[in-house]
Design a protein around this ligand. Structure first.
Ligand code: MD3
Ligand code: FE
Length: 198
């Protein structure tokens, strides 16, 4: 894991946020639910890029279109792809950028990201808005965990053994940032989905 605290200054955060606002106008936030049980997530989501991650009663998967509008996801902003190029050490581009929106009470339980077909590329995470408590464990649920705060403008790269580690968001600290118009947090997570050829 590599943490780049405050990688984006305030001006860059504001510029990126404007681009994310345009994306969620085209591809509105939806409320995913758990496979089988149908229990709603507290986090709302959208995506950009050729593939987007969705979860509904039928399962978790990547698909090229929005589950409600059926339209293709908007492209990943060039600024984000530039950050990926500068930091990821991966020549291939990510196909998916998941946009997670946390209201003040939202959280995300411990899980592993395992719906991708490629695990050699790192996962790239960028935080905007209120601080969050992030928890990272090992490759089994029983492994000990560490937690630390993620703040607006921070970038986190998950590579090596952390790529398949359990992780989650315990809570949001509402009112710790004034970047968004209301309390809450946005996390952008770029992933390589398809195997890298060559
Ligand atoms: C550690 N999102 O969307 S980002 C997710 O802040 C997700 O919204 C959290 O977990 C969020 O799946 C955490 C940081 C992150 C992303 C992927 C990871 C940490 C990770 C994959 C493996 C290990
Ligand atoms: Fe995850």
């Amino acid at each position: 894991m590599k943490l780049y605290p405050a990688y984006l200054d305030r001006a860059a955060q504001e510029a990126l946020l404007e681009q994310i606002r345009a994306i969620v106008e085209e591809a509105p936030l939806f409320t995913p639910c758990m496979p089988r049980s149908g229990k709603a997530f507290s986090v709302r989501m959208s995506n950009c890029g050729p593939l987007g991650w969705v979860s509904d009663i039928g399962g978790y998967r990547y698909q090229p279109y929005h589950p409600a509008t059926q339209r293709p996801w908007p492209p990943i902003p060039p600024l984000l792809l530039q950050f990926w190029q500068d930091l990821s050490g991966c020549d291939a581009e990510p196909e998916a950028c998941l946009i997670n929106y946390y209201g003040p009470d939202a959280k995300m339980g411990l899980h592993v990201d395992s719906d991708e077909e490629d695990f050699s590329a790192p996962i790239f995470s960028l935080s905007l808005g209120d601080d969050a408590r992030f928890r990272l464990g090992g490759t089994t649920r029983k492994d000990p965990t560490n937690s630390f705060k993620l703040s607006s403008g921070d970038i986190l790269l998950l590579d090596g053994k952390d790529r398949k580690a359990y992780h989650g968001i315990d809570r949001i600290y509402p009112g710790t940032s004034n970047l968004l118009k209301a309390p809450g947090r946005i996390n952008l997570t770029m992933r390589r989905v398809k195997p890298i050829k060559g």
